[in-house]
Design a binder for this molecule. Structure first.
Ligand code: ARG
Length: 442
């Protein structure tokens, strides 16, 4: 029974939150006259001493006392006697644990939000540096059209900005205090839930005692925000893995973020990126795990809910690691501009520019231009050259009105410079957008 029942092995991570909740509860009990001022003072001193012991690492956790709540309360009573036994008046472990988890998640959101901003800042700085550095843009991982490296990095800034707003949104919605819902029905004591809610930084108390002890949707929402963010980081990590592959050779990571092999002396493995990608599995797993725990629960509290914590802790801790690793890699990576430019021009990547020229200069319908360009690509492919390698006579064999001016749109620089539609990859756009982000994040 003890082995399956005890949660102290993991829920002791919430000791700060548990003590903060008890301090607020005791102050409120004294304020409304349920306990004496002297009892409250004893509780405050006792909890302070316990916090110091835990902080110093010399608090002996007792599995027999099941969880963080009982461990702290039992030690308090041991230290201060009667007053310690009065602390739990008008409260249950059901509202207590709901409170502790909310406080923990709220702190985690604040920490993670700052880290997401840090990654965004790192991306924006590199995007400004590489606003005009061309690289291949892909669809299906096949060469599509040239883009700029800065534009590619800013795509992740957009994704992360939505992750950040999801975290903030989740924080705003969950910021209500369940303390005082007691076991499930509220209490007959004249407690002041508004007072404890304000003391703990909540916008107010939750409105329904059953909901307060039965609900963990705030945690599921937090885990979705984590899983989505981890998924974005994972896609970037996958790109780092591809880009650092010598067959691509797009970017180089320093030794700080690669590892060697115990047998192959030439290896530079992008382990940090691989781990960011890999950790996404457990973070998404935590979300699926919690939803699965909740789906069959009638109201209100069941011990099933004790299973919420490890997933929440693990997801937050691993996302913290991933965000730090990505921030480090973004600052560390060195794009190989010459190689990127060469790759950007491969695979007839400016074929669309050619077709657009036919539309613009010859007023050809786009569908016809697409066909003419397709035939020119086939010619170049047969000849073993790129589009600019076809002579004017060969071009005119497919469309007699083509002139020398066409060659001007076939370079990767001309291609990206022309993409000035709002949100397009033109270096001028990228520089402007990066500057906007830099200011927003300042
Ligand atoms: N350790 C428990 C949990 O994490 C605390 C709440 C226990 N409540 C109860 N009635 N047994 O959910």
């Amino acid at each position: 029974m003890q082995a399956i029942n005890a949660s102290i092995g993991f829920d002791r991570k919430m000791w700060r939150q548990d003590i903060a909740g008890s301090l607020a509860h005791a102050a409120m009990l004294a304020h409304v006259g349920i306990i004496s001022a002297a009892d409250e003072a004893a509780i405050r001193d006792g909890l302070g001493a316990i916090a110091a012991r835990i902080e110093a690492g010399d608090f002996a956790w007792d599995e027999g006392l099941e969880d963080i709540h009982m461990n702290i309360e039992a030690r308090l009573t041991q230290a201060i006697g009667e007053a310690g036994k009065r602390l739990h008046t008008g409260r249950s472990r059901n509202d207590q644990v709901a409170l502790d988890v909310r406080l923990w998640v709220r702190d985690a959101i604040d920490g993670l939000s700052g880290q997401v901003e840090d990654v965004m800042r790192a991306l924006v700085a590199r995007a400004e540096e590489h606003a005009a550095t061309v690289m291949p843009g892909f669809t299906h991982l096949q060469p599509a059209q040239p883009v700029t490296f800065g534009h590619h990095l800013l795509a992740y800034v957009e994704m992360l900005s939505r992750d950040l707003s999801r975290l903030r949104d989740c924080r705003r919605r969950m910021n209500e205090s369940p303390l005082g819902a007691a076991a499930l029905a509220g209490t007959g004591f004249p407690i002041d839930r508004h007072m404890t809610a304000a003391a703990l930084g909540f916008d107010g108390p939750t409105r329904n005692s059953l909901d307060s002890v039965a609900s963990r949707d705030f945690a599921a929402e937090f885990l979705f925000a984590c899983a989505m963010c981890a998924t974005h980081l994972s896609r970037f990590a996958e790109e780092i893995v591809i880009w650092t592959n010598p067959y691509f050779g797009f970017v180089k990571l320093s030794d700080a973020f690669t590892t060697g092999s115990s047998i192959m002396p030439q290896k530079r493995n992008p382990d940090a990126a691989e781990l960011v990608r890999g950790k996404t599995g457990r973070i998404t797993g935590a979300l699926v795990g919690l939803l699965t725990v909740l789906k069959g629960l009638a109201l209100t509290y069941f011990k099933d809910m004790q299973e919420d914590k490890e997933g929440i802790f693990d997801a937050a801790e691993n996302l913290t690691l991933s965000l730090a690793a990505i921030a480090g890699m973004v600052r560390d990576l060195q794009p190989n501009a010459a190689r990127l430019e060469q790759a950007a021009g491969a695979g007839f990547s400016t074929a669309t520019d050619l077709a657009d020229w036919l539309v613009r200069e010859l007023r050809m319908p786009f569908r016809d231009a697409h066909h003419v360009t397709g035939r020119l690509v086939a010619r170049a492919e047969a000849k073993g050259c790129d589009l600019a390698g076809l002579g004017l006579a060969e071009m005119q064999a497919e469309e007699p009105r083509i002139t020398d001016a066409l060659y001007g749109v076939l370079t990767v620089q001309a291609s990206v410079a022309s993409r000035q539609s709002y949100g397009g990859t033109a270096p001028a756009n990228v520089a402007r957008m990066a500057a906007e982000w830099r200011e927003r994040l300042a």
